[in-house]
Design a protein around this ligand. Structure first.
Ligand code: COI
Length: 361
């Protein structure tokens, strides 16, 4: 393996070990299922003695570790999801990475994990994408999904916050997570998050606990769940893989961010673009009844999932206690499709980035 040391900006020493052979030529960019094909390299940093060090870009592959690491036993593990886009002029832009970095550190604080500096987070991304630049797809609707992850590595079975952690950045070229309008089930038995818990954090356990209810819903023919509040099941929260946004009488309505709801970057972006387009936005509690009555009366004209992986995915049908509520055909939904287009045009550099959201590498 070739080795060299790269200095990013002024500060960080990142040791680079290049893969002997690239897997690019054997990768079919027309077949990119979400999260299965990884680029040639990954970035790693290690936390020990209360500081981050050993920053490296190295070939993507297994990381040796003890089976006693506390992430495996007690779940100290957090992650993020962000994307780099190949712009019209060939340059690469990372979309709103600062928001993901901030949220990563909020998740870390809640899970008693150390924060990570924006230098390590962003320079790690820059170093990784510089070396794997050819892995950023150029097809419309495609991007390089970036998965920052941190996990506890103390080989110790006592229950306490770990002293050691690994931070890694993985990248995977990808298209949209969902390929069609979703049939979703309003979940009224199981819960994703409760007040005082960790629902706002992007931590592994939130996803683990959703898997069984999700599998049960899939058996009933659903693509995804709509989680409701843990106390009454009367209020809509989020979809687990994305936030939820509705259009009611021309207004954009979305459940407010609270301790049980992830503060989505795509959600925030859509709200900003909608307001700029003169669309009224309400962030508030949204009841199941309001949405189902509204679908029946015709006042709810759109519902969609909004997330980094999900992008903007229309919801076609909502199931509640066995009854199916059908939303208008996605082709009629001018508000969400207009916002989704503006968002894509900004990401791909087709229109001016007036909010300064693209970090051009
Ligand atoms: C993302 O949108 O990046 C997510 O984290 C969702 C993922 C769990 C599929």
């Amino acid at each position: 393996m070739q080795q060299s040391t790269t200095k990013m900006n002024e500060a960080l020493d990142i040791k680079v070990t290049k893969a002997q052979e690239s897997r690019l030529t054997g990768t079919d960019f027309s077949q990119l299922p979400f999260g299965k094909v990884f680029s040639d390299h990954m970035f790693i940093a290690e936390y020990d003695n209360e500081k981050w060090g050993n920053l490296q870009v190295l070939p993507f592959g297994p990381i040796p570790m003890s089976p006693a690491i506390s992430a495996l036993h007690y779940g100290q593990a957090i992650f993020e999801g962000m994307k780099a886009y190949r712009q019209e002029n060939g340059k690469i832009g990372v979309f709103r990475g600062n928001k993901n970095h901030e949220r990563f550190n909020r998740s870390a604080a809640r899970m008693s994990m150390p924060s990570i500096s924006s230098d390590i987070f962003m320079q790690g991304i820059a170093a990784l994408i510089e070396i794997d630049e050819k892995w950023v797809p150029s097809q419309d609707g495609y991007s390089l999904y970036i998965r920052p992850v941190m996990f506890a590595t103390d080989p110790y079975l006592g229950v306490r916050p770990s002293d050691k952690y690994t931070f890694a950045l993985l990248t995977t070229p990808t298209g949209p997570y969902y390929s069609k309008a979703l049939k979703v089930k309003i979940e009224t038995e199981f819960t994703r998050a409760d007040e005082g818990g960790v629902g706002f954090a992007k931590t592994a356990g939130n996803y683990a606990r959703s898997l069984y209810p999700f599998a049960e819903a899939q058996k009933e023919g659903y693509d995804q769940l709509i989680w409701t509040d843990a106390v009454s099941h009367e209020y809509i929260e989020e979809a687990g893989t994305a936030n939820l946004i509705f259009v009611i009488e021309g207004k954009l309505i979305t459940p407010s961010v609270r301790s049980t709801v992830l503060d989505g970057v795509t959600r925030d972006t859509i709200i900003t673009l909608a307001k700029k387009a003169g669309i009224e936005v309400e962030e508030r509690r949204v009841s199941v009844k309001e949405i189902l009555d509204g679908i029946e009366s015709g006042s709810v004209t759109d519902a969609f999932a909004a997330g980094t992986a999900a992008t903007v995915t229309p919801i076609g049908e909502i199931g509640y206690n066995g009854k199916i509520f059908t939303l208008p055909d996605p082709s009629t939904r001018t508000i969400s499709s207009g916002i989704a287009k503006t968002l894509n045009d900004i990401r791909y550099g087709l229109i001016p980035d007036e909010f300064g959201w693209n970090w051009i590498l």
